[in-house]
Design a protein around this ligand. Structure first.
Ligand code: NDP
Length: 283
C-alpha cells in the first residue's frame, strides 16, 4: 500500500439527493478488498451546478464519476464522447477518464446483462419488458445489442413507449413492438424472459404489476430492476409458479463492478461488493 499521505485517485457520484447513497459503501469495499488507493466520494450537486462540477472533476484529475437523474442526460454535452450503448440509450450513468478525455458510458444496462447472463443467454430470446423510462432504455438496448430476438415493450404512457421502440428499431436495428399497458397483461406464448423495468415495487413489497399471473410459465426467467426490497411481489409470484428469478440488487452490484473496472482496470470481487451493499441497505 502507498503511504497514507500519498493522495488517492478519486472517483465519485454526482447526485441531486446525495444523502445515504449505499453504493458508496459498495464501491469503497471493492477498493479496500483489492488494496486500491482510490476513494469514492458522494457529492450533492444541484442541476444548475453540474457544468461546474464536471469542470472541477476534470481540473482535479478525477478518474471518473457516476451520475443519477437528472444529471444522466444533462451531462452529455459536457463530455468528450460517448460509448456505443450510452449514445443509443441517450443517458450516461458512468463517466470514465481516458487520457485527457471524459467519456460517458451507461453501466445500468450492462450491469443487468451481466446478471442475466449468469442464468440465461438472451441471444435469440423473446423478451417482454414492462416500462420505457431510463432503466428500461438501458436494459433494452443492452439485451438487444447482444442478440435478443424480439423485445416487446409494455408501457402505460404511449409516447414514451413509442420513443423507446423507435430507438430500438431505427437506431439499434432490433425487432421491437409496443403494447400500451391497460389492465392485466397476458404474456404471449413463446415469451422467454420477462423484465420489470418500471419503478413499481420500489420501497413497496406489496405493489402489484398488472400482469395475468396465469400467463407466467415455469420455463420463463423473470427479472426485476427494483433493488429495494430485492424480493418484489413480482419475483415472489414468479418463483411460486416455478420461474427462475433475478433481483435488481445483482444489477446494482454489477453496474458498480463495471464502473470499478472502467476506472481502475481491476476486475473487482462482486461478492465483497454485494456484502457491503446489503450491509449498507440493512438487508
Ligand atoms: P423512470 O421514471 O425513468 O421510468 C419509470 C417507468 O415506470 C416508466 O416506464 C413509467 O411508466 C413506469 N411506471 C411507474 N409507475 C407506474 C405505474 N403505477 N403503472 C405503470 N407504469 C408505471 O424511472 P427509471 O427508469 O430511472 O427507474 C425505474 C426503476 O429502476 C426504479 O425503481 C429504479 O430504482 C430502478 N433502477 C435500478 C437500477 C439497478 O441497478 N438495479 C439502476 C437504475 C434504476 P410511464 O412511462 O407510463 O410513466
Amino acid at each position: 500500500m502507498p503511504s497514507p499521505d500519498f493522495l488517492p485517485s478519486l472517483v465519485g457520484s454526482l447526485s441531486v439527493g446525495a444523502a445515504g447513497n449505499p453504493t458508496v459503501a459498495m464501491v469503497e469495499a471493492a477498493f479496500r478488498h483489492h488494496g486500491l488507493h482510490w476513494r469514492y466520494v458522494n457529492m450533492e450537486v444541484p442541476p444548475a451546478g453540474l457544468a461546474d462540477a464536471v469542470r472541477g472533476a476534470r481540473a482535479m484529475g478525477f478518474g471518473g464519476f457516476n451520475l443519477s437523474m437528472p444529471h444522466k442526460v444533462a451531462v452529455i454535452p459536457l463530455l468528450d464522447g460517448l460509448g456505443e450503448s450510452a449514445a443509443l440509450i441517450g443517458a450516461v450513468n458512468c463517466v470514465v477518464r481516458r487520457g485527457e478525455q471524459l467519456i460517458g458510458e451507461n453501466t445500468d444496462g450492462k450491469g443487468f446483462l451481466k446478471s442475466l447472463q449468469a442464468i440465461c443467454d438472451p441471444r435469440g430470446k423473446n423478451i417482454v419488458m414492462f416500462g420505457a423510462g431510463g432503466a428500461a432504455r438501458a436494459v433494452a438496448v443492452e439485451v438487444g445489442l447482444v442478440g435478443a430476438k424480439r423485445i416487446t415493450v409494455v408501457n402505460r404512457s404511449e409516447p414514451r413507449g413509442r420513443e423507446l421502440v423507435d430507438t430500438l428499431r431505427h437506431k439499434a436495428k432490433l425487432a421491437a413492438d409496443l403494447v400500451v399497458w391497460r389492465g392485466d397483461y397476458a404474456l404471449p406464448a413463446g415469451t422467454d424472459i420477462v423484465i420489470n423495468a418500471t419503478s413499481i415495487g420500489l420501497y413497496d413489497a406489496e405493489a402489484r404489476i398488472e400482469l395475468n399471473l396465469d400467463s407466467l410459465k415455469p420455463n420463463m426467467v423473470v427479472a426485476d430492476v427494483v433493488f429495494s426490497p430485492p424480493q418484489t411481489r413480482l419475483l415472489r409470484d414468479a418463483a411460486a409458479r416455478g420461474c427462475r428469478t433475478l433481483d435488481g440488487l445483482g444489477m446494482l452490484v454489477n453496474q458498480g463492478v463495471i464502473g470499478v473496472q472502467y476506472w481502475t482496470g481491476v476486475n473487482p470481487d462482486p461478492a465483497a461488493m454485494r456484502r457491503a451493499l446489503e450491509e449498507a441497505m440493512g438487508i
